[in-house]
Design a protein around this ligand. Structure first.
Ligand code: 7PJ
Length: 355
């Protein structure tokens, strides 16, 4: 093998009975434990400034005697244990609930709380396995929110969701909020800074047993879209997430409790977002479940039409399906009912069965 690091991007996917048969015959390998299989992979050697690519079949990959490749292949193909108690045998949905002041109403905190609880219950009944509660907007250009303000937004909502059939996730970068959320029943810490904005989040997750979603972002929400630059966005995001998984493991958070997210729209141009979407399968090499959030993001309107975020649903569904075809396990969406229909019809059509 040449110098540099090694990355593997599975391609040539099979679904359903042909996938099982090809794996059985050694012509394909299971993607993150299956049920999708891959027949080839792009082997990338080097680093983000200088890399070489070559195409390999699943058969040749298995025959190469190289310890680094064998380790990467093991991470790509290994079955994923349940995340926050949820089976990942088919894609699951994380429904989005924002508890941020609504510019269209001046109903105050009570309306805000009640509205968020109702919305979360609705998303759960529509099939969201996870509902993600966020009290700080991290959209491009957003200002940070103070601890107390964020706490007073999210805690009453979390308390109101006790007994919800969905697993509750808290979307925060702050350890105080994460700790309070765990106490109020949250099971997942979804941190768009991958536990770097407030490093005490590492200890909170380790102590409380919260599972974590580590998301890549370049820069701070306020300025991240000003001039995002990468040598190779896909390899850089991979390296970053790999480093953050290691940091979590060192802090006492087991790999089985971690999911990774390339962070579409967070310090990324349209070209960066599309490169990530087209290369999602490479992230299985992290050895953890992958989460993707494309829903209603600006780049959806950039590719298709849709300046109004609510008119970005068809494009959001397409991005969710493009993710699912590459074995992405968790999709973060606004429209749970619509995404679920799109994904179920996609899955039934590709696998040739409803089940
Ligand atoms: C994401 C998120 C995402 C994860 C937001 C928005 C902006 N958390 N929180 N992944 N996006 N894990 O929803 O448009 O993509 S806030």
């Amino acid at each position: 093998m040449a110098d540099g690091k090694l990355y593997l991007r599975p391609i040539g996917f099979l679904y359903g009975p042909p996938a099982d048969a090809a794996v059985e015959d050694g012509l394909a390998l299971p993607l993150a434990g299956g049920p999708i299989a891959f027949t080839s992979a792009v082997l990338i050697e080097g680093d983000p400034t200088n890399s070489r690519r070559r195409l390999c079949t699943a058969q040749t990959l298995k025959e190469v005697r190289d310890a680094e490749l064998a380790a990467m292949l093991a991470r790509v193909t290994a079955p994923r244990p349940p995340f926050a108690g949820l089976s990942l045998a088919r894609p699951i949905l994380m429904g989005i609930v924002n508890v941020t002041p609504d510019s269209f109403s001046d109903g105050g905190l009570y309306d805000e709380t009640e509205g968020a609880i109702t919305q979360a219950a609705e998303l759960a009944s529509e099939g969201a396995a996870i509902v993600d509660i966020g009290g700080e907007s991290t959209r491009p250009g957003a200002d940070p929110v103070e601890h107390d303000e964020e706490l007073s937004r999210v805690v009453p909502v979390l308390e109101g969701l006790a007994g919800s059939p969905a697993v509750i996730s808290i979307d925060t970068r702050k350890s105080t909020v994460a700790r309070a959320a765990a106490k109020a029943g949250a099971k997942i810490l979804n941190d768009v800074s991958a536990l770097t904005y407030d490093p005490a989040c590492l200890d909170v997750a380790a102590e409380t047993g919260l599972d974590v979603v580590l998301m890549h972002a370049q820069g701070e929400p306020k300025t991240m879209q000003d001039n995002p630059t990468y040598n190779d966005v896909v390899l850089e995001v991979f390296d970053y997430l790999e480093g953050r998984i290691e940091a979590c493991e060192k802090a006492g958070i087991a790999r089985s409790r971690i999911a990774a997210d390339p962070g579409l729209g967070f310090g990324k141009t349209l070209a960066h977002n599309l490169a990530l979407l087209a290369n999602l399968s490479l992230f299985h090499g992290l050895g953890v479940p992958i989460l993707v959030g494309a829903s209603r993001k600006r780049f959806i309107g950039g590719v298709g039409q849709g300046r109004d975020p609510r008119l970005r649903e068809p494009g959001s569904h397409a991005a969710a399906i493009a993710s699912a075809t590459q074995g992405v396990q968790i999709l973060r969406v606004h429209d749970v009912a619509g995404s679920r229909q799109a994904l179920e019809v996609w899955r039934a059509s590709m696998f040739g069965t409803e089940n």
